[in-house]
Design a protein around this ligand. Structure first.
Ligand code: NAD
Ligand code: MG
Length: 302
């Protein structure tokens, strides 16, 4: 008989032991969606993430830092000792306020910079303000993203296609370019791609293309910036329980069974992916650049 259940490490799963499994209730929200309206509420590590000084004194800008993966990264970075600026859309101010409060609870500097990154001038202003208020910049997390499903290329409008590319591809280019005025040797750029770059769904034609672009951008830029001592990497999430998915990212019938197909049989919670962003940012990991690290619940996409 197995004595696994009696093992002293039987609580090794921590929070994951109780993470929600599908089915979920239908819950359509207007774009860009709010954490506060989600059921169940995602876990960003608010109560669980414990830092160990991996990013002491570092200065990070995180786009989409108000919710989901970006919020979990903001909490983790602050608890690792970094000062953090977050960008988000003005409609997300209530989620952003909660993140800013959590960063300040750690005694770290928190800077809130709302605005639409589809605008190049705003992207330049964003980086300038973040660097000025943080007193420098040495971690850039390009994480904001737009995902709106569309069943057929025939219904995909130029406006929607353009909005997805502006948010996911152009903004990353504009923000990174502006950040190079500040990033010193040892700095780290981390981009959020997706398993969609490798296994695109039929209903995410535009989104999947942008995520493939992010992989190529990451690998190309890593070669360009290596001689400057700046590392460039990407994280590829599988299904994660965030506002993106319930505000048009998936049809509601897919929201109900979200994460079901992963071998772990549930979606990931943002807290479960933040450690990859911490490791990429940390100087301990100083030889990894041009990499894509995936967290997809066991599918093994990348
Ligand atoms: P999220 O909705 O919590 O975060 C996305 C954020 O993007 C929003 O909070 C918003 O602030 C920002 N954003 C969107 N359009 C913007 C604009 N025009 N200007 C400024 N900010 C804008 O969802 P998330 O899932 O945490 O998304 C974070 C990243 O993870 C995205 O790049 C997404 O593509 C990627 N991703 C998510 C999943 C998943 O299953 N949730 C899977 C793979 C990749
Ligand atoms: Mg949000």
């Amino acid at each position: 008989m197995s004595n696994k259940q009696n093992s002293p490490t039987s609580n090794i799963l921590g929070n994951a032991e109780s993470y929600p499994v599908p089915p979920f209730k239908q819950q359509k929200q207007p774009f860009p969606g709010l954490v506060s309206e989600m059921s169940p509420r995602p876990d960003h590590g608010e109560k669980s993430y414990r830092g160990s000084g991996k990013l002491t004194g570092r200065k990070a800008l995180i786009t989409g830092g108000d919710s989901g993966i970006g919020q979990a990264v903001a909490i983790a970075y602050a608890r690792e000792g970094a000062d953090v600026a977050i960008n988000y859309l003005p409609a997300e101010e209530s989620d952003a306020k909660e993140v800013i409060a959590l960063i300040r609870e750690e005694g770290r500097k928190a800077v809130a910079i709302p605005g639409d990154i589809r605008d190049e001038a705003f992207c330049q202003k964003l980086v300038k303000q973040a660097a000025s208020e943080l007193g420098g910049l040495d971690i850039l997390v390009n994480n904001a993203g737009r995902q709106q499903f569309c069943e057929s290329i025939k219904d995909l409008t130029t406006e929607a296609f353009d909005a997805t590319f502006k948010t996911n591809v152009y903004a990353m280019f504009w923000i990174t370019k502006a950040a190079l005025d500040y990033l010193p040797r040892g700095a780290s750029i981390i981009n959020t791609t997706s398993v969609q770059a490798y296994k695109p769904s039929e209903i995410l034609l535009d989104y999947a293309q942008t995520k493939a672009s992010i992989v190529a951008f990451t690998k190309s830029l890593a070669k360009q910036l290596g001689p400057e001592g700046i590392r460039v990497n990407a994280v590829a999430p599988g299904p994660y329980w965030t506002p993106l998915q319930v505000c048009g990212g998936q049809p509601q019938e897919k929201v109900e069974v979200f994460g079901e197909e992963a071998p772990l049989a549930r979606p990931g919670q943002p807290a479960e992916i933040a450690p990859l962003y911490v490791t990429f940012a940390s100087a301990d990991n100083s030889y990894s650049s041009g990499q894509v690290w995936c967290s997809d619940g066991g599918t093994g996409t990348v």
